[in-house]
Ligand binder design. Structure first.
Ligand code: GLN
Length: 515
């Protein structure tokens, strides 16, 4: 632990290698004219090339990235840069992009070329068609993910797994495994990701990166390939809360093309995050902040290494002035069956469009229309996606709809009510992201239910639509990273980021890099 001033001096005297730069670092060097976007982009493209064994990227277009970098340098020279102009980014392959393939990690969409960019991609890049100019970030490529974002280890990708840079025999988490692996390995300073039931927070936790899923509706879902529409939300994986704030701000804001988008303007999360808490004395930036610890998030069965790392991080938050409060989320266990009814139900409906006619892979075997559709779907979808479609179709079918789907909707409301009761007594909630550190590749392959159970700490906030973060909190078994989860009230992203930033000013876990 070093104080900010000492670090500032160290940073100035030892210039970091391009792959060590975070978003804010790169932004400062670009603004000072000490680095060009072309130089930074070239360095990262070379590093991506040297680390293809990580399976992080599904597509890279070097020529396009360099053209965007040149345009960014020209925009900066013309005095029209935003803080993000020229900073490289990469997109989870669940966002559609005109310039690069969009597969959602599925054979079903192999060869698909989108006629438009997702809103989030456009806002970070050149801007929406006919709209204001975008942030001017340089897109390096598309990142691996579980097929249609269904999974927790990136092992359900049709294009092979992504690997954890801390131990290549372990998963990077999922479904945004490629985003997390790329950021942890220094292939890109920040990546877009999506979270339906934990897919930003859990891979960030497994790779020692920082991830934020905002309140449902803060980022547009337009052009995000749908998994479970009432839960899907875009966010960021980066190497610090500050970097997350910069990128999330540029992605945020109302979009008329998404009917569930929140009617709020884009937010300057970075400025909000840096604003000191009213009345907080020096050295106690979190004075007055009440952090609730839900009892159900600290069960006796929680792995000892995870518990130890969390307790140390919570002690640090207390030292920074926060007060820890005992609270309860009594329906935590129910979040698993509720999510694994609602998410597959919505998925079965969303994925019905992939029939080999309007969208998707078409089987070439002989047969009538019915055979053609069912063969196309059987060939195009992987095992986990087929399992979810079958479960979803079952819980929505006549005779089971009331018993499963409607019950799940009622319980979802009660889970949200439990959070409401907590937020009457505290400002943030804290707990683990996952019950253990990253598991070994293949370890959960033959038991999907085991992976579902490991989602227990991320599903409740997703069902309630609340914002959540994963912040590096140290290391556990096998030297693997442990994530601290922070959950905020609706639209309390700034409070979340402020607390995470304060923790990162006092600790250096987020700066540790795999060898
Ligand atoms: N692991 C969860 C699932 O498999 C969450 C995935 C996600 O958030 N996209 O559905």
């Amino acid at each position: 632990m070093s104080d900010a001033q000492a670090r500032g001096i160290a940073a100035a005297s030892t210039p970091a290698a391009p792959h060590e730069l975070g978003v804010a670092d790169a932004s400062r060097l670009l603004a000072a004219g000490r680095l060009s976007s072309v130089e930074l982009t070239q360095a990262l493209l070379a590093r991506i090339d040297a680390h293809t064994d990580l399976g992080a990227f599904l597509a890279v277009d070097a020529a396009q990235a360099l053209a965007a970098a040149r345009a960014a340098d020209a925009r900066r020279a013309a005095g029209q840069a935003t803080p993000l102009t020229g900073v490289p980014v990469a997109h989870k392959d669940i966002f559609v992009t005109r310039a690069l393939p969009s597969t959602a990690g599925s054979r079903m969409l192999e060869g698909y070329a989108s006629p438009f960019d997702a809103t989030v991609v456009a806002r970070l890049g050149e801007g929406e068609e006919g709209g204001a100019p975008g942030a001017g970030m340089v897109a390096l490529g598309k990142l691996n993910c579980d097929e249609f974002a269904m999974g927790s280890g990136n092992e359900n990708s049709a294009f092979g797994p992504a690997r954890n840079p801390w131990d290549r025999d372990r998963v990077p988490g999922g479904s945004s495994g490629g985003s997390a692996a790329a950021v942890a390995a220094g292939l890109v300073p920040a990546a877009t990701a999506t979270d339906t039931g934990g897919s930003i927070r859990q891979p960030a936790g497994f790779t020692g990166t920082t991830g934020i899923k905002p309140t449902y509706g803060v980022c547009s879902r337009h052009g995000m390939i749908a998994f479970a529409s009432s839960l899907d939300q875009a966010g960021v994986i980066a190497r610090s809360a500050e970097d997350c704030a910069l990128v999330l701000g540029a992605m945020s804001g109302f979009d008329a093309r998404d009917s569930t988008s929140a009617e709020r303007p884009p937010q300057d999360f970075h400025a909000q995050m840096l604003a000191p808490r009213a009345g907080a004395p020096a050295g106690k930036p979190l004075a007055g902040l009440r952090i609730g610890l839900p009892r159900e998030f600290f069960p006796a069965a929680l792995a000892a290494d995870v518990g130890d790392a969390l307790r140390a991080a919570l002690a640090e938050l207390e030292r920074l002035g926060a007060t820890l409060v005992d609270v309860g989320l009594p329906r935590t266990e129910l979040a698993i069956p509720v999510y694994y009814i609602i998410a597959p139900a919505e998925a079965s409906s969303n994925l019905s469009r992939f029939d080999g006619v309007r969208y998707g892979h078409r089987s070439t075997r002989d047969g009538d229309l019915r055979d053609m559709v069912s063969r196309s779907r059987a060939e195009g979808f992987g095992a986990e996606v087929r399992r979810r479609i079958m479960i979803g179709t079952y819980v929505l079918s006549h005779g089971y709809y009331d018993a499963y789907f409607v019950q799940a909707l009622k319980l979802r409301r009660l889970i949200a009510d439990d959070f409401r009761a907590c937020f009457a007594r505290c400002d943030l909630l804290a707990g683990p992201v996952a019950p253990s550190v990253a598991w070994r590749l293949g370890e959960q392959a033959d038991d999907p239910v085991k992976a579902y159970l490991a989602d227990i700490f991320t599903l409740p906030a997703s069902l309630a639509g609340l914002p959540g973060m994963s912040v590096p909190a140290g290391f556990g078994a096998h030297g693997m990273p442990v994530g601290l989860q922070l959950i905020g009230d609706y639209f309390a992203e700034a409070t979340l980021l402020h607390a995470a930033h304060a923790l990162q000013q006092a600790t250096d876990f987020h700066r540790r890099r795999p060898a």
